[in-house]
Design a protein around this ligand. Structure first.
Ligand SMILES: Cc1ncc(COP(=O)(O)O)c(C=O)c1O
Length: 549
């Protein structure tokens, strides 16, 4: 018997029935209320102690605690014991993504009301695959999709009156995450390109080989900048075109898709038996936050009659800010747009969305079944990749009502403006080098003392590689130390400087989405990195490089 279990528990019909109705007894009810109060109103408190993957208890130690693979025949614990265990034994070893010192990833604090909304969704347990298990929630989902569609495409009121509740069309689809949103968009793009014609019933039915011969092509490609999210590659694999046919074009000095490279790539492959399934523009690249030149990419796609998808998983909600929505100019020229709810709509994990300019285009991926999703029904499952789905739309719709576009705008503006101040601070300090300038709320930088900066400026490419190798080791070590110390967390990645594959450098990656993260905290994070840098022995190599020229 462990520390939580007081009496022996048995699985019998009577106690089983009770679990569907109410807590075990009055005492356990009180414990549950206590914890639910803590979870609902004090979430940040009970996560506050740790940031990042500290080494206080190592992953190795933790995995040692989770090795029992047997399911006990009789119940092991009451609900109150299970919740106590989660609060006391699991939560302290989870990552405090809500800390304002956690600036490493696209996961951050969420408004506390999101926990309540998520609870409501679980309590209602609607399944929006079909109207028979969701009724009004399916109708609400269509309305929420139209609201975000309107934010992106800004069509007329007449347009939305016509389509908001149209049962034959859809303005988009809720999915699990950004990955599935991108895959859905490219699924639609593939089926639109390799559509039924002259006795060929379409790629969805006949498969990729038959499609290539019907269209007299030998491959299909998707073009994206080399900073594209890896979900685009997954789509290449899943959709049968092969992920080697995701063509990565170079970026310019600001990490935006290089338009000349795009044009050249299209020109080169257009007449060699290649079908261009889509060009993907990115509105907020994962690693640098850069926004591709969407109006120009849109024009190139229109001219060449290529499907244009915008991956705005990260940047989409910037449209809520009147001050910065111009950064996404041209997004409305896309055939489809990905936006994540669990990113800058601050929803709990996980919610992705994909929107389509043409309300009928998702017909290319529709499926029916006799028991559900029948012809002519409102069932949202007819056109979604997922079957059963939770009602994420209920959370987003409520959040939009609670926050208003102005509430979201304040969050977006705080992220962008704090990031700019952070960039200035990095540039002001001798030991740091700003690598990618902030366009949104993401930037990258590294430790690179000013004497080494000077050496780099005069070095030939061989020397640059040697120096960068040492800097890479140092930056990697500093990032790991900081993460292990657990006070703050900044992520790291490797970036190419220019488009030279030989010059990949390790950089710190900072994502500012927590409204509590301010310049004071960011300065503390830089101070800590500097301290770690001075205390680390691998730095001797850098100093050696500097001294010996
Ligand atoms: C630009 C972009 N697209 C797509 C994704 C994939 O999103 P998810 O992790 O929700 O699948 C990400 C995630 O970081 C992203 O940054």
């Amino acid at each position: 018997m462990n520390k939580y279990t007081k009496t022996e528990l048995v699985a019998n019909r009577q106690s089983l029935m009770r679990t569907f109705i109410k807590p075990e007894d009055d005492a356990s009810r009180l414990v549950l209320i206590k914890y639910m109060e803590q979870i609902s109103f004090g979430l940040h408190e009970f996560l506050r102690k740790h940031v990042g993957i500290t080494e206080q208890v190592s992953l190795k130690d933790l995995s040692g605690r989770f090795k029992n693979t047997l399911i006990s025949k009789n119940p092991e614990k009451k609900l109150t014991d299970v919740i106590t265990e989660i609060v006391e034994d699991i939560a302290p070893h989870a990552v405090n993504v809500a800390s304002p010192y956690f600036i490493g990833h696209m996961t951050s604090a969420i408004p506390f009301f999101m926990v309540h909304l998520k609870t409501v969704v679980a309590a209602l347990n609607q399944n929006v695959v079909k109207i028979e298990t969701s009724k009004v929630v399916s109708i609400l989902e269509k309305q929420v999709l139209a609201k975000i569609h309107r934010l992106v495409y800004r069509r007329s009121s007449d347009f939305y009156d016509r389509y908001v509740q149209n049962i034959r069309t859809t303005l988009g689809c809720f999915v699990e995450d950004g990955t599935l949103a991108n895959i859905t968009a490219l699924w639609v793009a593939r089926n639109s390109l390799l559509a039924p014609k002259n006795g060929f019933t379409g790629v969805e039915q006949e498969g990729i080989q038959a499609a290539y011969s019907a269209y007299n092509i030998n491959r299909c490609v998707v073009i994206v900048s080399r900073l594209g999210h890896y979900s685009i590659k997954k789509a290449g694999g899943l959709l049968g075109i092969g992920n080697q046919n995701i063509i990565a074009v170079d970026v310019d000095a600001d990490n935006r898709m290089d338009l000349d490279c795009l044009k050249k790539t299209i020109r080169k492959i257009k007449h060699d038996g290649t079908g261009i399934m889509a060009v993907v523009g990115i509105a907020g690249t994962t690693e640098t936050g850069a926004i591709d030149p969407l109006p120009q990419i849109g024009a190139i796609c229109a001219e060449n009659r290529i499907y244009f998808h915008v991956d705005a998983a990260w940047g989409g909600p910037v449209l809520m800010s009147e001050k910065y929505s111009h950064l996404l100019e041209g997004i409305d020229s896309a055939d489809s747009v990905t936006i994540d709810g669990h990113k800058q709509f601050y929803m709990p994990m996980s919610c992705g969305m994909v929107f389509f300019k043409d309300p009928s285009i998702m017909d290319a991926v529709k499926y029916h079944a006799n028991y559900v999703n029948r012809f002519g029904s409102v069932d949202l499952g007819i056109k979604s990749l997922a079957g059963s789905r939770e009602a994420s739309s209920l959370i987003l719709d409520s959040a939009l009502k609670i926050m208003g576009s102005q509430g979201y705008a304040l969050l977006i503006e705080h992220g962008i403006e704090t990031n700019r101040r952070f960039a200035e601070e990095i540039e002001r300090r001798d030991n740091f080098e700003l690598i990618t300038r902030p366009e949104l709320n993401i930037l990258t930088y590294r430790i690179c003392p000013s004497d080494i900066k000077r050496r780099l400026a005069e070095a030939d490419s061989e020397q640059i590689c040697i120096i960068n190798k040492e800097l890479n080791k140092t930056n990697r070590a500093v990032q790991r130390r900081q993460r292990a110390a657990g006070k703050s967390f900044v992520s790291r990645t490797k970036l190419r400087t220019g488009n030279n594959p030989g010059k990949e450098i390790v950089v710190f990656r900072c994502v500012i989405m927590n409204p509590m993260t301010d310049i004071k905290i960011l300065n503390e994070i830089l101070d800590e990195q500097e301290e770690i840098y001075f205390s680390l022995s691998p730095l001797l190599n850098i100093q050696h490089l500097t001294q010996n020229g």
